[in-house]
Design a protein around this ligand. Structure first.
Ligand SMILES: *Cc1c(COP(=O)(O)O)cnc(C)c1O
Length: 346
């Protein structure tokens, strides 16, 4: 059956039936596709991340195209200011491989392209008038779909807008996982120089099979070049929701000098219910991992609260059960949020 589904037409049929507001394109690098052992997204953890399944067409009532409320915290086009001392800039909407579990579905692959010079000027103006901002996250889409020069010009422009501030940059990119050859020595040197060495990279590996020699070379180039690398994984049903898989992922990452930073509970993004696990399962997995791994290898299990509540760690203390309805989560101010019980489309 999936022999057919991998043909363009059938993938096209699947995607074209998805609501355009929540649809993300189909696209995969040759390299990433080569990591799949077969092209059946129901059984291969790599294929599942890039081959659309018919369940993408199903949007549950609790799901949305903007589950973490980027729009609510948008302070100028492409600039999201949600947390006190840091802003996030959507510098580009393209990716080298489109993750089927993408949570930024209102933006990724929306054809808005890269940030315009007018939008960049507005971002710089916002930085100037907002002195508490010390850190700029460059995200998207994947910022490394831009050329070395384009991206370093963005960094230099923002840095020069606030010369008195020691601005820190954080680059969010899945390139080390999906197109590691993008990480050249030139790129590392150019970005590090542009940011005056104040640059961190956050990448996104979800499965130990993604930790290839090519991935290791890419992250080593950053680390050897003085740029620390962190990883944000997403807990994904049928892909990495087992203690053995997560142990191999986190152990492999620290062996390659990449610090596991977050393990995210799936956001309530439209058409992604087939990827989500229960929060109880995540808590059990974290307990098991803590007995197997060093503290350094442990990420923070976290969720971006639905409705714009922001990121909170998920622990036995912050999660309580809400009967059949799901879970009750508390943020730092003690405000209460509901996260629905897992239910899977299809
Ligand atoms: C996740 C996120 C950040 C970064 O949060 P950290 O906890 O510092 O990793 C910043 N801005 C926005 C809008 C985010 O969604």
């Amino acid at each position: 059956m999936y022999k057919r589904a991998v043909k363009d037409l059938t993938i096209h049929e699947i995607i074209s039936a998805v609501d355009p507001a929540t649809r993300i394109p189909y696209g995969v690098s040759r390299y990433y596709a080569s990591l799949a052992e077969n092209e059946n997204p129901d059984s291969d953890p790599i294929a599942a991340q890039y081959i659309p399944r018919p369940q993408e067409q199903i949007t549950l009532p609790e799901e949305s195209s903007d589950p973490i409320a980027d729009e609510q915290y948008s302070v100028s086009p492409r600039v999201i200011h949600h947390y006190h001392d840091r802003i996030l800039i959507l510098v580009n909407d393209r990716c080298a491989t489109y993750c089927r579990h993408c949570f930024r579905r209102h933006f990724t692959g929306s054809s808005d392209g890269r940030i315009s010079s007018g939008e960049l000027d507005a971002a710089a103006e916002y930085l100037k008038k907002t002195p508490q901002v010390q850190e700029v996250l460059l995200s998207g889409g994947d910022p490394l779909m831009m050329s070395d020069r384009e991206l370093s010009e963005v960094i230099i422009m923002l840095k020069n807008a606030v010369p008195g501030r020691r601005l820190l940059f954080r680059l969010a990119s899945r390139m080390p996982v999906v197109l590691p050859s993008r990480i050249t020595r030139d790129l590392v040197q150019t970005l590090s120089a542009a940011a005056d060495k104040r640059l961190w990279v956050v990448t996104h590996a979800n499965h130990p099979r993604e930790l290839t020699p090519e991935f290791e070379q890419a992250v080593s180039r950053f680390v050897d070049g003085g740029i620390p690398v962190l990883n944000q994984a997403v807990l994904l049903r049928g892909i990495n929701n087992s203690a053995d898989t997560l142990e191999a992922l986190f152990r492999g990452l620290i062996q390659m000098r990449v610090k596991p930073y977050y393990l995210f509970q799936g956001d309530l993004a439209a058409g992604t219910s087939h990827f989500r696990t229960g929060i109880n399962e995540g808590l059990d997995l974290m307990d098991e991992l803590r007995s197997r791994l060093s503290g350094m290898a442990m990420p923070t299990y976290a969720v971006d609260l639905p409705g714009g509540g922001g990121k909170i760690p998920l622990t036995r203390e912050t999660v309580s059960q809400d009967g059949d309805a799901g879970y009750i989560l508390k943020d730092r101010q003690g405000r209460v949020y509901r996260y629905p019980r897992e239910q899977h489309a299809g």
